[in-house]
Design a protein around this ligand. Structure first.
Ligand SMILES: Nc1ncnc2c1ncn2[C@@H]1O[C@H](COP(=O)(O)OP(=O)(O)OP(=O)(O)O)[C@@H](O)[C@H]1O
Ligand SMILES: [Mg+2]
Length: 250
């Protein structure tokens, strides 16, 4: 059983796109995968056609019903626990709760025998929802948007991962970072690659670079996965490679 978190407190780097594509691909390889939408923007849920789900992860976290009741089947092997913007209340209401970092982890226990992977989408912040994701995960991957200033804040997410590992979840492993929206023709992106290698070490920068590809933007607006919408696109090819790399590392 693998619990993967895709995290970066920077917005728009490709967390949700990655969760959706990697989960879809793993499920098509016969793995049973549960995605959990932990971002109150609910982009993952909406992109999969769940605009107003009756049962959500916030209902589970607030102890209103068991997680099994909030699981929605996207296809035979792919499941989603959706959210709505009301998930934002979690960070406010649980602020002083004892054991607040472990709430999600405890809720996932009953799912663990029922699936091969749980993949957690996180919001663009290092608040309590991201901490809950890192506390429940055994692996974390960090997408980096290949543009100027994109490394601002990378150190911060790495420090947070280390602190969670030290104080909350010793099982957490930082498995690597990867570039998204990469354009190899740009000198800037080559310089960024060197900088990241210096920061995290060459072996923790994944070999896959996700190129800019509009099909990745279009697919969720139609409620489709990239592999259904544009199976021959660069987006589909790059995420297939990324998923292979992730499977090797997990
Ligand atoms: N490789 C790519 N090529 C083109 N567009 C992309 C690519 N990856 C992501 N996008 C688009 O960039 C935007 C941000 O991506 P995404 O929502 O996955 O990022 P995020 O990190 O989840 O954002 P947030 O922090 O707001 O949750 C989306 O519109 C998405 O469709
Ligand atoms: Mg997102």
């Amino acid at each position: 059983m693998n619990v993967l978190a895709i995290s970066n407190q920077k917005g728009g780097v490709g967390k949700t796109t990655s969760v959706s594509a990697v989960a879809d691909l793993l499920s098509s390889k016969g793995k049973r995968v549960v995605m959990i939408d932990l971002d109150p923007q609910a982009n993952l849920s909406k992109g999969l056609g769940l605009e107003a789900p009756s049962h959500t992860i916030q209902g589970v976290l607030f102890d209103e019903y068991p997680i099994e009741e909030a699981v929605v089947a996207i296809n035979d092997n792919l499941l989603l626990v959706p959210c709505t913007k009301a998930l934002a209340n979690f960070e406010i209401e649980m602020l002083n709760e004892i054991g607040r970092e472990y709430i999600l982890k405890n809720k996932l226990v009953s799912l663990k025998d029922q699936c091969d992977y749980i993949i957690l989408d996180s919001p663009p912040s290092l608040g309590l929802l991201t901490i809950n994701a890192l506390s429940a995960a055994n692996s974390v991957y960090v997408p980096i948007h290949a543009q100027k200033y994109s490394l601002d804040g990378l150190q911060e997410v790495l420090e947070t991962i280390n602190k969670v590992k030290e104080f909350i979840n010793p099982d957490l492993q930082f498995k690597g970072a990867y570039f998204n929206q990469y354009d190899s023709r740009k000198l800037l992106t080559r310089a960024l690659t060197d900088e990241v290698k210096d920061m995290i070490g060459e072996e923790l920068l994944l070999k896959t670079f996700i190129r800019v590809n509009v099909a990745l933007q279009e697919a969720p607006t139609l409620g489709k996965s990239i592999f259904e919408y544009a199976p021959d696109s660069n987006g589909a090819k790059d995420f297939s490679k990324l998923t292979e790399e992730i499977m090797l590392r997990n």
